[in-house]
Design a binder for this molecule. Structure first.
Ligand SMILES: NC(=O)c1ccc[n+]([C@@H]2O[C@H](COP(=O)([O-])OP(=O)(O)OC[C@H]3O[C@@H](n4cnc5c(N)ncnc54)[C@H](OP(=O)(O)O)[C@@H]3O)[C@@H](O)[C@H]2O)c1
Length: 329
């Protein structure tokens, strides 16, 4: 049966997306403070927005920027080279960290590798994401969008938390977790998160509803994590509308996207503009922990269901159970 509410939400997101022009002015070159000594990790760092975030950070003198993305045959060398070229410094401190967020084992291996190399982690940008993919499940059997966009990130953060909290104790530290959601969270199924369908393919609903569900979860996760760790800042962000790898996939498969593709430059922006909210949230002065921003610096625009603290609390408890006993041995 067609869920008309979700269909309307999907059309609204396609045709009337939140403009990137709204919100506070943020210019990466001017407004990102020196990142001296900081270690930064960006998931989905090989994708369009993630690569741009990594590049902007690398321009501001950090100790290291980790591009965490799917393992590659060349070990990520070509992505690292592309970021260094964009920065204009062939020695820019950029590293690749292979991680498949659809696999707990891969996440554990990546965190072990990271922790063996680094003492600190100042900024984690949880940016990787998928949208229109065939129904599927992760290695552990979770619905694929929820598993990658939310649960993989929840496990990654949990395993990195000792490093994040240790870093927060260092003099002058300003530790942040930026979780990339989407205004598309308004396409989630009724109730926001359907807990008894998180395992399995959940094919009964549309791909955009599965995406929406994962992005509602990201917003709730940021709020709950922020409450538990006041010594760090945790926020969720929507980047705006940007033609990236994700949108190219959609244009191939979605009729609505195909039809609107020729006029998409009228309502889409470049990755350089699209990452302003990521970068503002990761470095800006007035960021309030626990909030959702859509796009740059504009809080509280999430849907009623994404605001529901009972739902986020339930998600937290569910997540604790799902990830119970997963440790770095
Ligand atoms: N573009 C927009 O208009 C828009 C709007 C709202 C929110 N967002 C959010 O912005 C974030 C970045 O997306 P994007 O637009 O930059 O799309 P993108 O270019 O497709 O980047 C997504 C990245 O995530 C990686 N990824 C996919 N599956 C993974 C896995 N299992 N483990 C680790 N990494 C994985 C992708 O790798 P491969 O390319 O190798 O698969 C890709 O590098 C996403 O969370 C998305 O939901 C984007």
């Amino acid at each position: 049966m067609v869920d008309f509410q979700a269909l309307i939400a999907s059309a609204r997101v396609t045709l009337l997306a939140s403009g990137n022009q709204r919100g506070i002015a943020f210019d990466a070159a001017r407004d990102i403070p020196a990142q001296t000594g900081k270690v930064i990790l960006v998931t989905g760092g090989a994708g369009d927005l993630g690569r741009t975030v990594a590049t902007e950070f690398a321009r501001h003198g950090p100790a290291r920027v980790y591009i965490a993305d799917l393992p590659r045959e060349d070990g990520g060398a070509s992505v690292v080279a592309a970021v260094r070229a964009a920065v204009g410094d062939e020695n820019a401190p950029v590293r690749y960290l292979g991680v498949d967020l659809a696999s707990f084992e891969s996440i554990k291996t990546a965190v072990r590798e990271f922790c063996a190399a680094e003492e600190r982690l100042d900024v984690a940008v949880l940016n990787a994401g998928i949208m229109r993919v065939r129904p599927g499940v992760t290695e552990e059997g979770y619905e694929i969008a929820f598993g990658i966009n939310y649960l993989g990130h929840a496990l990654l953060t949990r395993l990195l938390m000792p490093t994040l909290l240790r870093t927060a104790e260092l003099p002058g530290a300003d530790v942040r977790v930026v979780a990339v959601s989407s205004e598309g969270h308004n396409m989630a199924p009724k109730g926001g998160i359907v807990f008894d369908k998180l395992k399995g393919t959940f094919e009964e609903i549309k791909y955009y509803q599965r995406y929406g569900q994962s992005k509602v979860a990201i917003i709730g996760f940021a709020r709950e994590l922020a409450q538990r760790h006041p010594q760090i800042k945790v926020v969720a962000v929507h980047p705006g509308r940007i033609i990236t790898g994700m949108a190219h996939g959609l244009q191939k498969e979605s009729l609505l996207f195909k039809v609107t593709a020729p006029i998409s430059p009228l309502f889409c922006v470049s990755p350089e503009i699209g990452v302003r909210n990521h970068l503002w949230a990761a470095t800006g002065a007035d960021v309030v922990s626990g909030k959702y921003y859509e796009p740059v610096g504009v809080p509280d625009k999430e849907t009623t269901v994404a605001k529901d603290t009972e739902l986020s609390k339930k998600l937290w408890e569910w997540t604790e159970k799902a990830l119970e006993g997963i440790v770095l041995e």
